[in-house]
Every structure is written in C-alpha cells, then in structure tokens.
Design a protein around this ligand. Structure first.
Ligand code: HXC
Length: 510
C-alpha cells in the first residue's frame, strides 16, 4: 500500500512542477506567479480541489508524442472565496505556453459545465499563447466548445476573466464573452493577432504593450474593466469583487454586517454643488458618502470617465451605482459613456442587483465625431438597458438633467421606481443660455434683452419643481439626507416584481 500511496505522491508532485523548474524560474523572472501560486492567493486557504491533474494531450504530430506533461497547460478545479464556491481554471504558461489543446479545452469545458450545473461563478486566469499550434483544428474545436458554454452561462452565473500574461488568438474570445475582464499592468496583454502578424499584414511596428497592454484596454478600447499593479493585488481584488456578486441569477448577493447607520446624514453634501452652475464638482464624493463605509468597487474607472460605474453596498446589500461625472466633459453622455453604462446596467439587471443613478448631465455630446461614430445607437443602448431593467431603480438628480439625457438616466418615464431631486436640480430641454438663444434668435443683437430672457428661462425651468409638480420627481430631498432616502427607497423596493411580455430575447441595438 505504501508504494501505491508513494506513487500517487510522486505523480502529483510531477504534475505540480508543470513545465519544470527552469520555466517556473522564467515565469518568476518576469514578475509573474505560477498558475498554482495564483490559485493559492485567489481561494480561501486549503479550499482548492483540483480536477484532471493527470490529463495529457493526445497529439501525435510534430514529435508531440514524446512531450507529455500532466495537466496539459491548465490547472482546473473549485474552491471557496470567503466561504462561497467558485469554479476556476488557471492557464499554466510553463506548459506549452499555456496553449489550448483538445484535452486542455475539455478540462475547461468540464469546469464550465460544473459551474453552470451548480450555479456558481467561474473565474478564468489567463496566461497563454492561444491555440496549440501542433494540434490544428482539434484546438479550434476546443475553443468553440468553450465559447458556446460562455454564452450558455451568460446571465446565469457570473464569469470573470483575469489576464495575467499573454492572451492571444483564440484565448481572447472566451474572456470577451465573460462579464468582466481585468488585467495586470506591464505583464499582461491581449490581442487577436500579435505584433509579428501585424507587421506582416499592415506593416505597422508595435510592441506587445502598445498593441494590447493594460494601458490600451483600460483606457482606449474598454475591453478591460480595470487593471492592477501585480498578480497579488489583482487576485486580492478579485476576491473583493466576488464578495459583491451573487453566485447566480436566482441567488442574492451575500449580505455583509455593516456598522454604518443607514440613516446617517452628511451635512457636507449640502455644500457639494457649486454656486456657479458651470463649475464642476466630484460626483465620486457623493457616491463615497452614500455607500456603506465608503467601500466602492469601480468598474472601468479609466475609460469614459464622464460616467462612473461600480458596486457599493447599502445596509450590507450590493447596489450598482451609475453616475454622471461633472469633472470630466461636464458629465456629458457620449458614445463611450453610453456603452460603458449600458453594459453595467445589464449586468446588474441579469443578477438582480438594484441600481442607483446619480444624475448631473448636460445632454448628449454634439459633433460629427460622435454622430459618425454612432452616437444614436450607442445612446440607445443605455436607453434600452435602463428601460428593460426590472431591478429596483432609484434615481437622484443633483443638478443638470437636460434633454434626451434626462429621459435616459433612469427617469420615471422609463421605469425609474423612486426618483428624487436635490433642490439644486435643473430639469429642462436644454441649458437656459442655449434655450434663450434659440427661442429669441431675433433678439441676439441685444445683450441686455437676451440676458433677461436667459434669466426668465432659468427662473422657470432651472429647478426641480416643474417636474415635481407633474409627479416625475417623487420628492425634492435635502442633499444631506441622500443616504437615508436611498437606503429607505431600496428597502421599500426589496420585493419589487415586474413581469415583462414573453419574448425569446430582445434586440438591443448593438
Ligand atoms: C504551442 C506554444 C504556443 C502555441 C507558445 N508556445 N505559444 N506552443 N502553441 N500557440 C510555447 C513556445 O513554443 C515556448 O515553448 C513556450 O510556449 C513559451 O513561448 P515563448 O514564445 O518562448 O514565450 P514568449 O517569448 O513570452 O512569447 C509568448 C507569446 C508567443 C507571445 C504568446 O509564444 C507567441 O506568439 N505564441 C504564438 C501565439 C499565436 O499566434 N497563437 C496561435 C493563435 S491562433 P518552450 O518549449 O520553448 O518553452 C488561435 C486561433 C484560435 O489561437 C481562434 C479561435 C477563434
């Protein structure tokens, strides 16, 4: 018996060595952890149960018969994060560059199937060179199976991808269909085709970082939802994110004990809005002063900064926050901001996370760049997403709510459940100056008259009471009471239930 047990130990030890000490050292030399070291940090201590440790590839081409390594480039299994089950796969770059073979894909598919069956999140840690070149179509078939499961699981269980090294070719499309993608700065990059292919096809010379580093995907392309300094930070932040999320679309997000009084008043908020309506202020201050204990997990913090999206808690329960940011482009809605917020609204709605919207929006961004770039369709995404969302929706207008953007930002008319406004709110078709200049074009030559017209428009519309008179605003609230009012509103809406007409699925403008 001892020999049998020793043999198991020996085999396990060999599998744990992956591609061998030399490659492990090279991995460390690049500032990266190994696939297994990453799992240790991500999961609760001692909770990891590995599957398919002894799986090997079946390729017989290019001399692969003699190159078999247990595990075949991906470590898979399940464990817990703060006691809650998650399934995961972690690509092992030390084994054939983490590339995907037929059997490697089967291991991933097993995890995806088990996660879906058991309604628990899947986390993928990526550090890989795409399809196993020696395997050809068998690898492509494997990707297809993985992709299909990403789609089946979408909206049922949260799927999170963390890019921790190269992520090329077929490897990018599975993350692209998950709910969130995060990256590690300087050591990770994502692209469909690498710098060599780019050079051959387009004659462009780019580095890995310029083509698909975290600086590209968190700012320009918006492929990634955030980036972290190193592997350890990234994994610890993933644990924090998982704490905000429910395990599936029929479960509630975990509830946390909080010591922050839901009725807490914050008198400083009465001074947040500057006297000059054209002066910006930091909307993040309002979010941080509203959520429990100032704990806010921001999504896409460095892309389309004119809108803020992220998770916080109210009375210990997860809430999705969406807020125009007057500090950037005056909080205007452009194509990027609309897409960013729309995707966030849809995630919250899939997973029954209530939405709180803070509004200070001067409208949609005018100009040919925006119109040629499809602003109409991108803006419609946000309008559509808010309108179809059946989760509780609480809205607070702090200052401007102009034009179509007023409608879009979770207004009463598209299903806002509780709509508040601060006394500083201005709800109108447009700003007073623009309005007066259109309505009284013939008086433009007379600055005094025009100034009087602007004043007249301001007096009539630059307040929340016209909307409140019609019931479009449920109540005008004191800024200092925002946390209390939002908290009570969310409690009121806890059992909200809305039936939508039957359909196969909707047709959101893509
Ligand atoms: C087999 C691979 C591999 C691959 C890397 N390796 N990628 N083996 N198939 N796709 C192996 C290398 O041979 C090497 O083995 C080890 O992994 C480490 O690779 P290096 O090149 O030494 O590492 P590095 O310099 O860091 O470069 C990493 C890399 C590069 C940028 C990822 O390896 C690379 O460009 N790989 C190919 C990427 C690619 O074009 N993949 C196919 C995409 S097509 P040794 O033994 O030396 O350690 C695709 C189609 C699917 O994915 C489409 C589905 C929709």
């Amino acid at each position: 018996m001892k020999e049998v047990l020793d043999e198991l130990d020996r085999r396990r030890e060999a599998a744990r060595m992956g591609g061998g000490q030399r490659r492990i050292d090279a991995q460390h030399g690049r500032g990266k952890l190994t696939a297994r070291e990453r799992i240790e940090i991500l999961l609760d201590e001692g909770s990891f149960e590995e599957f398919d440790m002894f799986v090997e590839h079946r390729c017989t081409d290019f001399g692969m018969e003699s190159q078999k390594i247990s595990g075949d480039g991906v470590v898979t299994g399940w464990g817990t994060v703060n006691g809650r089950t998650v399934f995961l796969f972690s690509k092992d770059f030390t084994v054939f560059g983490g590339s995907l073979s037929e059997t490697h894909a089967k291991k991933m598919v097993k995890i995806q199937d088990m996660a879906l069956k058991n309604r628990a999140p899947v986390i993928g840690l990526f550090d890989a060179g795409g399809a196993r070149i020696q395997e050809g179509v068998a690898a492509l078939a494997g990707y297809g199976e993985v992709f299909q499961r990403n789609v089946l699981a979408s909206g049922v269980i949260p799927q999170i991808s963390l890019i921790m090294g190269p992520c090329a070719g077929g490897d990018v499309y599975s993350p692209a269909m998950t709910d969130f993608i995060f990256m590690v700065r300087d050591t990770s990059y994502m692209y469909v085709t690498g710098p060599d292919v780019v050079k051959t096809v387009t004659n462009e010379t780019v580095t890995h970082e310029q083509l698909g580093g975290a600086s590209v995907h968190t700012v320009k392309s918006s492929i990634a939802d955030g980036a972290f300094e190193n592997d350890v930070d990234a994994l610890i932040e993933m644990r924090r994110l998982i704490d905000f999320l429910p395990s599936n679309n029929e479960a509630d997000a975990p509830e946390f004990d909080v010591y922050d009084d839901p009725d807490r008043l914050d008198m400083s908020l009465d001074r947040l809005i500057p006297d000059n309506p054209n002066k910006p202020y930091d909307m993040k201050e309002l979010i941080l002063k509203t959520v429990d204990e100032g704990d806010f997990f921001e999504i896409q913090a460095t892309h389309a900064k004119n809108i803020i999206t992220g998770f916080g808690r109210m009375e210990g329960r997860t809430v999705g926050f969406i807020a125009n940011q007057p500090m950037v482009l005056a909080g205007v809605l452009d194509s990027d901001a609309s897409r960013k917020a729309a995707r966030f609204v849809r995630f919250c709605d899939c997973f029954n996370i209530p939405i709180v919207t803070f509004v200070d929006v001067p409208g949609f961004l005018p100009g040919t760049a925006q119109e040629y770039g499809g602003l109409i369709k991108h803006g419609a995404k946000l309008l559509f997403a808010y309108s179809e969302a059946t989760v509780p929706k609480v809205t607070v207008i702090t200052r401007k709510a102009y034009g179509g953007a007023y409608d879009v930002m979770a207004s009463k008319h598209i299903g806002g459940d509780i709509n508040y406004a601060w006394p500083t709110a201005e709800i109108a078709v447009m700003g007073a100056k623009g309005a007066a200049e259109i309505l009284y074009r013939s008086e433009l030559g007379d600055p005094e008259r025009i100034a009087a017209r602007i004043k007249e428009y301001e007096t009539r519309f630059a307040n929340p009471f016209v909307a409140a008179e019609r019931g479009y605003i449920d109540e005008v609230i004191f800024p200092h009471s925002t946390r209390k009012r939002v908290s009570r509103a969310l409690k009121l809406l806890q059992n909200k239930h809305v039936e939508m007409p039957w359909k196969k699925h909707d047709n959101i403008p893509l």
